[in-house]
Ligand binder design. Structure first.
Ligand code: ADP
Ligand code: MG
Length: 375
């Protein structure tokens, strides 16, 4: 059982800055868990407390069902990967990955006793590693598809390759938990996308419990089984990506996990199927209702559609509007449309041959009641 539980964690720096305020997390064995939030919200602090590099002010941390608060970092069996790679520049790829195993062997008494200098001993061992280390390192390098670069110096690698070495270096130790702190933030967008897939594939193959820190919602949502959204040292919502996207608990989460249209609304009627909501300048039917009359109304860009004003449409929610701007987004077109007192973003799949609505054009906007979320 290699889950991680964080229980009521509080971390104050210098008894002053409250970096973590009652953080609770329960990560199951084999789960890919993302901590998502803006810079300064406490993601790294959470990781460092789990890894044992920071002492919590209060609260408990469990790994494999055992309290580890008083277990030193090197005994927690956590593998770490950082944004900055942190490779050893004077060792080649193989040696970087072999390093941890070699040190472990040393502490387990696997080295001879004749050599006086530890550094010399280590270099010698890394240059002529025993077979069990060669096998493990080769396996780890194969996982990250770098077997062919084992002899390369790390300065001769691209950023993406360096991050693969860092990942192999963590995995080779067979940690019970893999902690990754913004590991893709230094890579360009295309490489980031490739690395997302690589990391996810390896995580699933190895089945290792993984905590992945990022400020990039797309990264968290596309990779993780579950995402905890953090703000100001607190976890605001902890849910699967689809739950987060379709049922954010508040406007902060709604806005953070994707493009959103948010309005202040008031329920003016409750129906058998939901409610009717007055928004500044127009009325919408929602498939949902709430006890409170005033609330935030969230509509995702793909929850709406837009048509030329003369198009015949039969729909429960039709609002008149005017196109302010249209933008091509690959397979989609985004329309920014003025409706009532608001501007909304609408994304429509682009069908080749379809007439694109132009800026300034009068339009009808339809809204699926099931996509009018009340939060
Ligand atoms: P994130 O990783 O989400 O960007 P951090 O965990 O690094 O956030 O930081 C959370 C808060 O704690 C921030 O306000 C930050 O300034 C503060 N903080 C982090 N590390 C230290 C430290 N060593 N000493 C004092 N304050 C710190
Ligand atoms: Mg950080």
């Amino acid at each position: 059982m290699s889950g991680v539980v964080v229980n009521n964690l509080i971390k104050k720096y210098n008894n002053d800055v409250t970096a973590l305020n009652h953080v609770n997390i329960d990560i199951k064995e084999g789960e890919f868990f993302a901590l998502l939030g803006p810079s300064g919200c406490g993601k790294t602090t959470t990781m460092r407390c789990i890894a044992g590099f920071e002492t919590p002010t209060s609260g408990e941390i469990f790994i494999n069902g055992q309290v580890v608060n008083h277990v030193p970092a090197n005994k927690r069996n956590c593998g770490m990967v950082f944004q900055s790679y942190a490779l050893f520049p004077h060792y080649n790829v193989f040696e970087n990955v072999a390093y941890g195993l070699t040190i472990r062997d040393f502490y387990q008494g696997g080295f001879g006793t004749k050599v006086s200098s530890f550094a010399r001993l280590l270099s010698r061992r890394l240059a002529k590693p025993p077979k069990h280390i060669v096998n493990k390192v080769s396996e780890a390098l194969d996982y990250v598809e770098l077997g062919h670069l084992a002899e390369r110096g790390t300065s001769e690698l691209s950023g993406g390759q360096q991050q693969r070495v860092a990942l192999a270096r963590a995995l080779v130790m067979e940690p019970s938990v893999l902690l990754m702190d913004e590991p893709l933030s230094n890579l360009d967008k295309k490489l980031r996308n490739t690395m997302r897939t690589t990391i996810r594939r390896i995580q699933q193959d190895v089945g290792i419990t993984t905590i992945f820190v990022t400020h990039d919602q797309e990264e968290a949502m596309s990779m993780a089984d579950r995402v905890a959204v953090m703000k100001d040292g607190e976890i605001i919502q902890n849910a699967t990506p689809t739950e987060l996207y379709s049922h954010p608990v508040n406007p902060f989460v709604a806005d953070f996990v994707g493009s959103s249209n948010l309005f202040q609304g008031t329920i003016v009627e409750r129906t058998t199927t939901g409610s009717v909501i007055q928004i500044d300048g127009f009325v919408l039917r929602s498939g949902f209702s709430k006890e409170a009359n005033d609330m935030n109304v969230l509509i995702r860009p793909e929850g709406m559609n837009v048509y030329h004003k003369d198009t015949e449409i039969n729909h429960v929610n039709i609002i008149e509007g005017k196109v302010l701007m249209h933008t091509y987004l690959g397979p989609n077109i985004r329309y920014d449309v003025k409706v009532g007192a608001h501007e909304v973003g609408i994304e429509k799949i682009y069908v080749p041959g379809e007439r694109v609505l132009t800026n300034g054009e009068d339009v009808k906007v339809t809204v699926d009641p099931e996509r009018v979320l009340l939060i």
